[in-house]
Design a protein around this ligand. Structure first.
Ligand code: ADP
Ligand code: MG
Length: 682
């Protein structure tokens, strides 16, 4: 007897090869199979008489094969099977390409259902490659059919047949883990009905009912999981800081903080003075000055004798943070150290020793700062920059390091409020919604490559005025291979140097360079020794060169809106008028609209909202980014009501049963989804 955990190869028609393909879709067992939901549906219910077929429309016809099909061999690689079918109203000519075996599949005089797109005119009606099956045995015609996201090696038919079998095999196993009273109160159908009808809806209403149930379930589980994570952190005690005034820190700064920065700093300070460890997200657009919030928190913790770790996603960024923060914090008596993979072994040993005996107060580096070989005397605060590479699971695992440090997460990825609610359900949020004074609007242009010469002239003119430029180089993938960024960047830089800017200093930078080389290049660029920096998205996050005034992005169609916005944020960081030029030859409507959003606004939150509208929330929910279970059915742009309803329900349940002790099935499902048990640092 099959159950959820049965391997997909149990299904008839799924052998080794297809099992491998299915694995690419994340399907290995029957549960995965039946939880693989359609992305769309095709309504094949419309039946027409042949005479009533409307050219361009899809429809089913019930018709009799009027004569023996003919097979003609047109040329190598092109075989046609043709046949004529009739109903009481008219005749229809069918053509099948390269399926010569079909010649023997039709019996003259027999009646079939055909489904396809009607072509031709009143005199000659045609269909090409219509689906067909004998009347009385309809399974793929005359109904609403699921359409699944595919991968090579599995077709819609294979998948829908496999799912049909999967449902039949383990439908009885599908017990409902939503509490009975929740289902009753929110009018949710049983899970068995939901699974059946999300795949093979009997009609529109059944589909709506099924979907509603699954969306509710998904959002309910997500809320419960996030709340459990949060409760878990509430239950531990962190290190309580002394409430010292922040004035000495403020006084040491070369500028006045914005109101939003001060609010975020005060939020953090307040959190750290309470016994519950801080768990705060600082969200602010690029250039809003989040680093100073981090600095303030580090300083504040240091006043209570606590060490801090500041983690950046890349070494370059860690180095940059070190360079900005060390002078400031050291002048305030906070000793800082930069600890990266390129730190020489000897220095590293001595730093580790000093961290362990508390001589160093702030360690700056990458995730490696949390590895077991880095021991702190008294780690009280962990700051992560660019949170999206630091998922929920990792946050949960922080406590496991034993010290329950305060946690401050900084994100420049502007996430729409509705999503932030879900993604950061276990975090408190400080919003920096104000830019430091004097920031320039970045003029943005979207052009195609016919403007290339003018673009280059423009770059040259700005460089002539003493500015610097970023050029994000085109990344063309060869075949299926991941593009080789090193090759792409160096070749493009070389071409620019030879053919376009022979008189300027042009240098490449890419992720495959040694940390030291990158560092040297970035330093040279920051010092103004390089005019044009050619890069991949290495410059995407954080790096600060105020003299850079133009960001030129090739193949802009390859980037998401938020990514483009991040890239653009690399310029306009000084007092100079700055520009962003988006080059794209893709004239598609989607791309045009995306780039138009960029030229219209500089506001990261508006851009994120647009991004959400254009792409849907899937990308924000890539589980790799957040460590959250991904949403399979819910669409937060249109399921807001259900979101609120399910959240309220989740909160009510937890109020009565905080650990879900009385709902073991539900609890188990959440633990699986969030991998709460196995949460680890990597
Ligand atoms: P982000 O939020 O993108 O991390 P940063 O912290 O890197 O922004 O700050 C961007 C730039 O603005 C830095 O050069 C920083 O020194 C400067 N800055 C930050 N806060 C202020 C402020 N209140 N007034 C003027 N400049 C500021
Ligand atoms: Mg930053």
């Amino acid at each position: 007897m099959a159950d959820f955990t049965t391997d997909v190869r149990y299904i008839k028609g799924i052998g080794e090869a297809r099992a491998k393909s299915l694995q690419k879709l994340g399907i290995t067992d029957l549960r995965g199979l039946i939880s693989y939901f359609p992305r769309a549906y095709e309504d094949r219910r419309a039946f027409r008489r042949i005479a009533d077929l409307v050219p361009g429309e899809n429809a089913c016809v019930r018709a009799i094969v009027a004569g023996e099909p003919t097979l003609s061999h047109i040329r190598k690689g092109l075989d046609l099977v043709k046949l004529r079918v009739v109903d009481e109203s008219a005749a229809l000519d069918l053509t099948y390409f390269n399926q010569s075996y079909l010649k023997g599949s039709f019996r003259t005089g027999e009646e079939y259902v055909f489904y396809g797109r009607a072509e031709g005119d009143l005199l000659r009606r045609r269909m090409t490659n219509p689906l067909f099956e004998p009347v009385g045995e309809e399974r793929i015609t005359g109904r609403i059919m699921p359409i699944y996201p595919l991968t090579a090696g599995v077709s819609q038919t294979v998948l829908s047949k496999a799912i049909r079998q999967g449902l039949d095999a383990c439908a009885d196993d599908l017990s409902d883990f939503l509490p009975e009273e929740v289902r009753a109160e929110h009018r949710l159908c049983h899970v068995r009905y939901a699974y059946e009808n999300i795949h093979f809806p009997a009609d529109d209403e059944a589909l709506a009912v099924a979907r509603r149930r699954l969306v509710f379930e998904e959002l309910y589980l997500l809320t419960l999981g996030l709340r459990l994570l949060r409760n878990r952190r509430d239950a531990v005690t962190g290190q309580v800081c002394r409430a010292v005034p922040l004035t000495p820190f403020y006084d040491a700064l070369p500028f006045t903080l914005t109101g939003a920065q001060r609010r975020a700093i005060e939020d953090a300070a307040r959190d750290m003075c309470s016994p519950r460890p801080m768990n705060r997200l600082v969200q602010g657009d690029v250039g809003s000055g989040k680093t100073m919030v981090a600095a303030a928190a580090v300083w504040f913790a240091a006043q209570s004798g606590l060490q801090s770790a500041l983690m950046a996603p890349t070494e370059i960024l860690a180095e940059q943070h070190y360079k900005t923060l060390a002078p400031l914090l050291e002048s305030l008596g906070v000793r800082c150290a930069l600890l990266t993979a390129s730190t020489p072994a000897k220095t590293r040993r001595s730093m580790l020793a000093q961290l362990q005996d508390g001589e160093i107060t702030l360690a700056i580096g990458t995730h490696a700062l949390l590895s077991p070989d880095v021991q702190y005397q008294n780690l009280g605060l962990v700051v992560t920059d660019e949170q999206h590479r630091f998922g929920v699971g990792q946050r949960a695992a922080l406590g496991a390091k034993g010290d329950d440090p305060h946690l401050l997460v900084m994100s420049a990825t502007p996430i729409p409020r509705t999503l932030a609610l879900m993604i950061y359900g276990d975090l408190d949020v400080s919003l920096i919604d104000e830019l430091p004074p004097g920031r320039q609007h970045i003029d943005t242009f979207a052009v195609n490559t016919s403007y290339r010469k003018r673009i280059y002239d423009f770059v040259r003119k700005l460089v002539g005025e003493g500015r610097q430029a970023y050029i994000v180089c085109p990344m063309v993938a060869e075949n299926d291979e991941l593009p080789d960024e090193r090759k792409a960047v160096t070749a493009y830089a070389e071409k620019l140097r030879r053919e376009v800017f022979p008189d300027l200093s042009v240098a490449p930078i890419h992720g495959r360079m040694k940390a030291k080389e990158k560092e040297q290049t970035m330093r040279a660029f920051a010092a103004g020794e390089i005019d044009v920096l050619v890069s991949t998205t290495v410059v995407e996050v954080g790096v600060d060169v105020p003299n850079a005034a133009v960001m030129l992005i090739e193949n802009a169609e390859c980037f998401g809106l938020s990514q483009l916005h991040q890239l653009r944020g690399r310029v306009g960081r000084g007092q100079h008028k700055s520009y962003c030029i988006l080059v794209s030859d893709n004239a598609g409507e989607d791309n045009r609209r995306r780039l138009a959003v960029m030229t219209k606004t500089n506001n990261g939150f508006e851009i994120a909202e647009e991004d959400l509208k254009l792409r849907g929330p899937g990308d924000f929910f890539g589980s790799r980014q957040h460590g959250l279970p991904s949403l399979r059915v819910a669409d937060l742009t249109c399921d807001m009501e259900l979101l609120h309803e399910s959240r309220a329900a989740a909160e009510r349940l937890l109020a009565d049963d905080p650990e879900l002790a009385a709902h073991p099935m539900l609890r188990r499902r959440i633990d699986e989804l969030f991998e709460l048990k196995s949460a680890s640092m990597n």
